[in-house]
Design a protein around this ligand. Sequence first.
Ligand code: 6R9
Length: 652
Amino acid sequence: MSDTAEKTYPPSDAMAAGAHVNADAYTRMYDASISDPDGFWREQGARVDWIKPFSTVKDVDFTLGNVHINWYADGELNVSANCIDRHLATRGDQTAIIWEPDSPEDGALHITYNDLHANTCKMANILRDMGVGKGDRVIIYMPMIPEAAYAMLACARIGAIHSIVFAGFSPDALAARVNGSEAKVVITADQAPRGGRNTALKTNADQALLHCKDTVKCLVVKRTGAQTTWVDGRDYDYNALAAEASATCEPEVMNAEDPLFILYTSGSTGMPKGVVHTTGGYLVYAAMTHEITFDYHDGDIYWCTADVGWVTGHSYIVYGPLANGATTLMFEGVPTYPDASRFWQVCEKHKVNQFYTAPTALRALMGKGRDFVKGADLSSLKVLGTVGEPINPEAWKWYNEVIGGGRCPIVDTWWQTETGGHLMTPLPGAHAMKPGAAMKPFFGVKPVVLEPTSAEVLQGDPVEGVLCIADSWPGQMRTIWGDHERFEKTYFSDYPGYYFTGDGCKRDEGGDYWITGRVDDVINVSGHRMGTAEVESALVAHGKVAEAAVVGYPHDIKGQGIYCYVTLMGGEEPSEELRVELRNWVRTEIGPIASPDLIQWAPGLPKTRSGKIMRRILRKIAEDDFGALGDTSTLAEPAVVDDLIENRMNRS
Ligand code: 6R9
């Protein structure tokens, strides 16, 4: 059956009538955004308040050797003032952030825009007193607590560049990011409670700081009150300082192209790269996509379940919603604690209108059965969203029927750390949804599907190939921190003249887009991006490992699991204990999110005669689909493959 022959889910008449963008408006606006990008984005630029208005809109070149991306380049503004100060006159007493703690026993907090202003200013003043100024880097390694949002906005207020490191990353990973960004300060908390367990964040930070310059300071927020070691002169007590700090702080005047944040993300080669987003274009794009994709209206309660450690938390918990004066819910916990009804309990408790989560969470909850949903009143929900990986039609239908009661459009938002905001998604009042399809480009986005080897642009429908974007949008990343050459090489060299996304995609007979997954060596584990090269280098750093190759394989809950082929040093014996040891080793080197699911002992790895590992073959074996290994004529030692097949770990 062709994709278009499947059932589609058009918006209800009421949804289409009340939405910011209906089908006609989408077509009109999309056409305008493509035929006159300057005019379109000039108008959208008015979504934010400028200290000095911009005169130029777009200055972009995707040509290798000369790649530069500038939006609103002579405008001046401050992101924190846009997310807070400009709302104070009209909505100072409105809740900006609802904070729902890990344990439902501890009450939620409602932080108004006035509170947010005072707390952000205090944090900003503390950072300034610690010697942080415009352009300096600050690492944020925090639980999902309001202080994480204050920290982001405080950096933006004083022009410092924040780089958030997900609290699930190890001390080694943290140290690498502190050093890579040459940060002056690390903001952390004593502990991070999640799912009833506490992670010792400050202890991790202490360990990381052993590998950093002596001048790096540490600002510690009290979350649980647990005892921590204290280094006088290096460690600063946030709660004590905030009690004294002034609750006003003049926002720094920033140029539209000054960096707002760096966010490290995994690529197909080498170590994670620092994706740089800047001030003006990013904010315009985050605000616009938040409002239109979720059809956010004044007074709505919006909840994105991501962590601020990922780009989704940046754009769709903090910057987009707050720029729009929204009420955004911040959740510290996990979907299954105290039990698998938690998400739905929180939706009922706070009368959530827009709910945005990851397919992996939906699959996990779906497996627990409907009883966990039944008890909750979900009638407040209007729009549902997903992000992070392709959603399988079964999970989509469950989301639609069991959670949305068949009333709520599902926006399957495709985008990346690099893109700053949604690039493809159905719009709730405009498009007839197809389960699993990212559907339509957002305004200003020009997707092209290319033949992978010839780089020929595939015309007509249906087509399938690699996904590139032909022109810039304001939320696009500008560079890789400290390595513009790597930026050009990674995104603009394989398919000259285009931004290469790393994803495969098909466009169906109806002209709608479906993301088919990564075409490079990036895997997607529970919606978290992982470079196979990172896991490999962690494995070979272990004394008993001679060589390692890592690939993804289909996993029912996680989407993809981590499959490792490991060749041991001569004289080392494979054992179950060693498997556990290697798994723990990777967890400490990178973090628990990188835990290998399967480790296969490989006497050798399949290589070409020139010594290149043939990953295609390893992927097939890991997928338990070794009947069609393709061309194996270049294999140096074909017998290696027979051994790997015989001892394969995934027999699905
Ligand atoms: C926002 C985010 C980006 C990669 C991306 C793609 C996958 C994200 C998706 C999706 C299919 C969706 N991805 N959303 N695939 N449908 N709706 O997840 O950023 O962590 O950088 O990951 O995630 O493969 O290239 P990031």
